[in-house]
Design a binder for this molecule. Structure first.
Ligand SMILES: O=C(O)c1ccccc1N[C@@H]1O[C@H](COP(=O)(O)O)[C@@H](O)[C@H]1O
Length: 207
C-alpha cells in the first residue's frame, strides 16, 4: 500500500498553514463557506498561499456556492483542487474545468459505489459523517464499516478524525488520504500545533 496522504482543512492563518506543512501535510484546505467558523476570504487565503513553500496542494472547499461567487474566488486565489461539500451535481462540479473532489455525507443505506461512478470526473471522493442540517466540519465520525471495498475512486476519509483514532481509521478503511479539521483545533478555526504534529505522526506510523 502506498503512503496515505493527508490534508489539514479549515486553515485560517499563516502560522497554522506552516505548522501543517512542517508536520508533513500534503494539502491544506480553505473553507469558502460563510456560515463556517473557519471561513476565510479570498484575500486571506491568497496571503496564506503566498507564504507556502512549493509542492503543497491548496484546496478550496465550497458548499453549494453560486457560479459567480466561485469563479470570483478562482480568479483571486491559486487553488489546485476544489472540494465540493454540498449538493453539487457532477455537471456543476465539472463546470469549472478544475480538478475536484466530491464530499459525500455518509449514512446507512447510501450507495457509495454508485456515487463514485456518478462523479466519474472527480479526482477522489471524500467521505464525511452525515449530520442532519450541517454540511460538514462537525467533528463527528461515522461507521467506517459502511464503506465498501474496491471503490472505483481514491477515497479521502474525513469526519471526526483525531490523533487518537486516525491510525485505526487507516487500518480499517485503507483510504487514499485522510482529512482533518476539528480534531486538530484548540478552538474553532484555530489549530493546535501539537495536535497537528501528533496527527501526522500517527498517519506516518501507518505508512
Ligand atoms: O470545516 C467546516 O466548517 C466545514 C463546513 C462545511 C462543510 C465542510 C466543512 N469541513 C470539512 O468537513 C470534514 C470533516 O471535518 P472534521 O474533521 O470532522 O471537523 C473535513 O473535510 C472538513 O474539511
Amino acid at each position: 500500500m502506498s503512503a496515505v496522504r493527508s490534508k489539514i482543512c479549515g486553515i485560517t492563518c499563516i502560522d497554522d498553514a506552516l505548522a501543517a506543512v512542517a508536520a508533513g501535510a500534503d494539502a491544506i484546505g480553505f473553507v469558502f463557506y460563510a456560515k463556517s467558523p473557519r471561513a476565510v476570504s479570498a484575500q486571506q487565503a491568497r496571503a496564506i498561499i503566498a507564504a507556502l513553500p512549493p509542492f503543497v496542494t491548496t484546496v478550496g472547499l465550497f458548499v453549494n456556492a453560486g457560479a459567480c461567487e466561485l469563479n470570483e474566488t478562482l480568479d483571486a486565489v491559486p487553488l489546485d483542487l476544489l472540494q465540493f461539500h454540498g449538493d453539487e451535481t457532477p455537471e456543476q462540479c465539472e463546470g469549472y474545468h478544475r480538478p475536484y473532489i466530491k464530499a459525500l455525507r455518509v449514512k446507512a443505506g447510501d450507495d457509495i459505489a454508485g456515487a463514485c461512478k456518478a462523479y466519474a470526473g472527480a479526482s477522489g471522493i471524500l467521505l464525511d459523517a452525515y449530520v442532519e442540517g450541517v454540511p460538514g466540519g462537525t467533528g463527528q465520525a461515522f461507521d467506517w464499516s459502511l464503506i465498501p471495498q474496491g471503490l472505483s475512486k481514491p477515497i479521502i476519509l474525513a469526519g471526526g478524525l483525531t490523533p487518537g483514532n486516525v491510525a485505526d481509521a487507516i487500518a480499517q478503511v485503507r483510504p487514499y488520504a485522510v482529512d482533518v479539521s476539528g480534531g486538530v483545533e484548540k478552538s474553532k478555526g484555530i489549530k493546535d500545533h501539537d495536535r497537528i504534529r501528533a496527527f501526522m505522526r500517527a498517519v506516518r506510523a501507518t505508512n
